[in-house]
Ligand binder design. Structure first.
Ligand code: ATR
Length: 273
């Protein structure tokens, strides 16, 4: 049977095996999908061994995405732009192709929630790997403006300069931000420390859409905060997780699984509904 897995550390709580097993059942594809948690300095060897032993493809998550970028034979354009690889496919001619489906997953999830990106003013919080992966797919949707704000302002400036040729992207400090924005995307890892990005509450209004790339069994700290200040449309990163997986599955199998039912099952599995 064709073998796939996700590399990460820690990876025990990954939902990818659950999601891909449901995709495989739905599309009647014969495959198995597992987990691998190599020591941080043993990822390269573990990756090689997996493909030497007949593996067909894998996902890569924290902290290996940047390393995977350097280990594959060929990169997709979106992986090059993201500077990271979350999906690897062994092609029929034996080439390891590195791809990145995270940004496409974000955009697909936003669209599935009915969020309009064309001509919108988007505020992206954070300038780390998650923000980098989102920029090209967001700019491809032709927003009127995309502003990056980051605690370390120089990183936001660097990112804006790097993606400037793809669209109207600028960097502003949190203090400089002036609304109204149509959509705020939180790509920071602040909530992992139980913190909030230092966003002025005045930027939140009833018609704003709030997206947090993080997710949990209950509202993330950022979503709770936004709701408190009047946001009516809030979305967490669970849909992005399913959509990036669907995109990876499509890269591997050439068949696109439906995501709605799988997202519902995942929510039930997490105890969200
Ligand atoms: P990822 O790959 O998930 O994006 P990362 O590359 O470590 O992770 O980036 C984390 C992002 O969250 C950065 O933009 C970071 O800001 P700095 O560049 O200033 O470090 C941001 N971040 C983390 N904790 C934060 C906090 N408490 N408040 C605001 N931003 C925070």
């Amino acid at each position: 049977m064709d073998r796939y897995l996700v590399f990460g550390h820690p990876v025990r709580h990954s939902k990818s095996p659950f999601i891909h097993t449901l995709f495989a059942r739905q599309t009647q594809q014969e495959l198995e999908y597992g987990l691998a948690e190599p020591a941080v300095d043993e990822f390269a060897q573990a990756l090689r061994t997996f493909f030497d032993q007949g593996g067909k493809g894998c996902n890569v998550t924290v902290p290996f995405k940047e390393q995977a970028f350097t280990l594959v034979d060929r990169l997709s354009l979106r992986a090059k732009r993201a500077g990271a690889v979350n999906t690897i496919k062994l092609t029929d001619d034996g080439v390891l192709l590195g791809d990145n489906t995270d940004g496409a997953g974000l955009v697909a999830d936003l669209k599935s929630h009915g969020v309009t990106l064309a001509d919108s003013r988007i505020l992206l919080l954070g300038a780390g790997g998650a923000a980098r992966g989102a920029l090209a797919p967001l700019l491809a949707e032709l927003p009127s403006e995309l502003v990056i704000a980051n605690r370390t302002h120089t990183k936001a400036q660097q990112l804006a300069a790097e993606f400037h040729d793809l669209g109207p992207v600028t960097a502003q400090t949190y203090e400089q931000l002036a609304g109204p924005f149509d959509l705020v995307i939180n790509s920071t890892s602040a909530s992992l420390q139980g913190e909030l990005p230092p966003l002025a509450p005045a930027l939140i209004h009833t018609d704003i859409a709030i997206y947090d790339m993080m997710y949990g069994a209950s509202d993330t700290a950022f979503i709770s905060w936004a709701k408190q200040h009047g946001a009516r449309q809030t979305m967490d990163g669970l849909g992005m997780l399913v959509e990036q997986a669907a995109e990876a599955f499509t890269v591997w199998r050439g068949i696109r699984p439906g995501t709605k039912q799988v997202l519902r099952e995942l929510k039930r599995n997490l105890g969200v509904i």
